[in-house]
Design a protein around this ligand. Structure first.
Ligand code: UDX
Length: 452
């Protein structure tokens, strides 16, 4: 099948590459000429395990091509995927400028029937707006060419995007047209041979499913963080509570890990956008607003705990930070808890010595060179001469630590762990003061609240 993908960002590139890998002819188009030139040379602009060799192999096989030419792109595929960005507007709603610009491009250049597939995460009702925009562009040309618009939301986790694309729980297609169903079935046929996980539904239901899935997952996390904050005040260990509730299959073990708040390109943006959509139809989405509020507060707890453990004296201190990415196996720092922490520390006059296995370059891009930031080459360099250590991301290499060594390195033996990586007893036995998330006495010990 001939497939065009608009947008070579995270979603577009993974989608295009995976579809090429199962034998489709894919043309990816982007307005960024430099990016396209790099992709043609086999250079991947993002860090995603397994993607680079897959891009190279499919480019070599001639199944995956790149272009900046919109006319050629529209002429190419029967399926025209829109996978461009939908950044949040100032008020939190998704900005559809890029999505609608692609719709306009398609309407301007199409010469035969096309199926336009909304892959970007877009608010409910966007398919209608895409349809209107294509129709208007056709009308302006005096053409009446037939086309369909369907919704096919992505459910890709960064760091596991290829696995999620190839072995995802479901493939959702929102359409009422039998012809579109046939074409989309053909597109995904290699992935549903053994297990038919293609689900057809109404366009609006498909659009809402994407937001509902992310909002549900974000809710689980904020719920667990709320329980962790309660556990801290009640002298209970949230890790035991987590195991206790996770064993109930109705609750399950996934996405109930308390931590320093969720980040990334999806949860913060999607929860906000859905709350915003609710407002547009005069519905006050109280739960969504609370989920967001709990998360915002949770991201600040690392700083609060550290400040309290250090007696409020942060000016002139040096803080080691392990983990900058919003989660392991990515270099993405969008809405990462590490950023909330670093910015608060700088504001308070402290220095940061940060290490991350992948996100150093991204951190430099975001913050540039500054006197109060040392980007360390490894985790050991990050703690050298530091007062205290904060862990923001659960990278594998942080899981095993010689605590006696760590106690010697830190001027003030304080470890604030935003991901509950260690057994508190083991850390404390080395003479370190350990403040994790929701682990019984950690807050009381920092002096933040009285012992229960
Ligand atoms: C998410 C969804 O999982 C994916 O289906 C959707 O398409 C895009 O958004 P992603 O943003 O890549 O994917 O990250 P994910 O692995 O879901 O983690 C999101 C955030 O939640 C991270 O900051 C992570 O640290 C945090 N998290 C996750 C927790 O704090 N606790 C958990 O139990 C799980």
């Amino acid at each position: 099948m001939k497939i065009t993908i608009f947008g070579t960002g995270y979603v577009g590139l993974v989608t295009g590459t995976c579809l090429a890998d199962v034998g489709h002819d894919v043309l990816c188009v982007d307005v960024d000429a430099e990016k396209i030139a790099r992709l043609e040379a086999g250079e991947i602009p993002i860090f995603e395990p397994g993607l680079e060799p897959m891009v190279k192999a499919n480019v070599e096989a001639g199944r995956l091509r790149f272009t900046t030419d919109p006319q050629a792109a529209v002429a190419f595929g029967t399926l025209q995927f829109i996978a461009v960005g939908t950044p949040p507007d100032e008020d939190g709603s998704a900005d559809l400028t890029y999505v609608l610009a692609v719709a306009e491009t398609i309407g301007t250049h199409m010469a035969e029937y096309k199926v336009i597939v909304d892959k970007s995460t877009v608010p409910v009702g966007t398919a209608d707006r895409v349809r209107e925009r294509v129709a208007a562009a056709l009308q302006a040309r005096g053409e009446a060419i037939d086309f369909d618009v369907c919704s096919n939301p992505e459910f890709l986790k960064e760091g596991a995007a290829i696995e999620d694309f190839t072995h995802g729980a479901r493939i959702i297609v929102g359409t009422e047209s039998d012809h579109v169903k046939t074409l989309m079935r053909e597109c995904y046929a290699p992935y549903i041979r053994l297990h038919d996980k293609l689900m057809f539904m109404d366009v609006r239901a498909a659009e809402l499913t994407k937001y509902a899935a992310n909002a549900m997952l974000a809710t689980k996390i904020s719920f667990m963080n709320e329980i962790a904050n309660l556990a801290e005040r009640l002298g209970a260990d949230v890790e035991q509570v987590r195991r206790g509730i996770g064993s109930d299959p109705r609750i399950g073990y996934q996405f109930i890990y308390p931590g320093c708040g969720y980040g990334g390109s999806c949860f913060p943006k999607d929860v906000q956008a859905l709350a915003r959509t609710a407002g547009d139809v005069d519905y006050q989405a109280e739960l969504l607003t609370a989920v967001e509020g709990v998360n915002r507060r949770q991201k600040r707890t690392l700083f609060t705990k550290l400040a309290q453990a250090l007696g409020g004296e942060l000016a002139g201190r040096t803080v080691a930070l392990w983990g900058l990415a919003f989660k392991p196996n990515t270099d993405d720092m969008r809405d990462a808890p590490s950023r909330t922490l670093m910015e608060a520390l700088w504001e308070a006059g402290a220095r940061v010595q940060a290490y991350d296995p992948e996100a150093i370059k991204e951190c430099r891009r975001l913050y540039g060179e500054r006197d109060d930031l040392l980007l360390a080459g490894d985790r050991i360099q990050a703690v050298k001469g530091a007062d205290a250590l904060v862990i923001c991301t659960e990278w594998k290499e942080f899981r095993s630590v010689d605590f006696a060594w760590l106690a010697q390195q830190l001027a003030t033996p304080v470890v604030v762990d935003g991901r509950n990586l260690f057994e508190p007893e083991a850390v404390k036995a080395a003479g370190l003061r350990y403040f994790a998330v929701g682990r019984g006495d950690s807050l009381a010990e920092s002096g933040a609240i009285p012992s229960p």
